[in-house]
Design a protein around this ligand. Sequence first.
Ligand SMILES: [Zn+2]
Length: 394
Amino acid sequence: MPAVKKLRSKSTPDNPWRERLPYFEGKQDALAQTIREWVAVESPSDHKAAADRMGGVLAQQFEQLGGRVRIHPADEFGNHVQIDFAGRDDARPVLLLGHFDTVYPLGTLAAMPCRVNDGRMYGPGVLDMKSGVALMWYAIEALRAWHGDLPRPVTVFLVSDEEVGSSSSRNITEALARKSAGVLVLEPAAGARGAVKTARKGVGDYTLTVTGVAAHAGLDPGKGHSAILEIARQIAAISKLNDLRQGVSVNPGVIRGGTRTNVVAAEATVEIDVRIQKASQAAGLDRKLHALRPFDKRCQLSLEGGVNRMPMERTAGVAALYKLAKTIALRIDWKIEEAAVGGGSDGNFTANLGIPTLDGLGGVGQGAHAAHEHIVISELPRRALLLAAMMESI
Ligand SMILES: [Zn+2]
């Protein structure tokens, strides 16, 4: 495609990005309104009916842009929504990847209503990532307004289970990525300066279960073998597997165990989140976790789980997309930065297939998954412009 070359010339009709920024500035209020409407439709990952409502709204709205909707049914989660847009040429499609599930339980909106204050919009999922999905909609709308149709085919894929590991959407994401020239992930940007994400850590989950021996805490205290005591010692051992300098972190984040205070606990579990910087670290960490042995020989350990998302490494394809983004941003005097982050996304899957992937193209804000989650509204226009330009230029 000559488009990349075109971008190197001055900002002229050949390179209309500066001239096109006002288009999105004029859409800023509408964009904010769309985000507000979508935040108002709560869509937790674990509530199929609610997630399906959100998926239905999105399918309908993207269909209005001339896309062909395909629903991928999911039993446990909301149905995933794919929208295909034909392009003027038959280039390979660009895949826009996003999710419409949030981490907030149904009813959160009552205590955490969507509100605007000081140029920021607050609300559950506003940053992660309903603003990102709205950017997709407005970027496609703009390309159609400018060209009459899309300059190239575009596939939008919106999943409902990203926040819980993407078990039911992963295969579809990967199949669509394999057919695409590049993948643009509309997850939130990194930090207040809105960096795009060119590397992400790999993520895994393990569950360690200890089976001990129950006993009456008063009558037979010496006969019990406490699963709780054992798991406490295991947690201390597990925390030693942290190697932050190498980018490996291990967090025993949830523990459960015991039944009553007067019973020596027969069972306890710990759920462990692991992060790795390089794919090659997965096997070593897995081996160390499986090498854990009980301190109390009468207790038994069993370990389940593994690394679910391998790291998104900064491959040549990732670097090339970042370079393209940087070139486009410079046209509007914007020095866009890149960042490596600890969180995983579906971009990890696509990058691992060797498909050029750029992540963190979505909203700019703070507090993803937290009570103060918000976006900065004035950042939306240039990010919509960047997305539209990327779709046209890859
Ligand atoms: Zn997200």
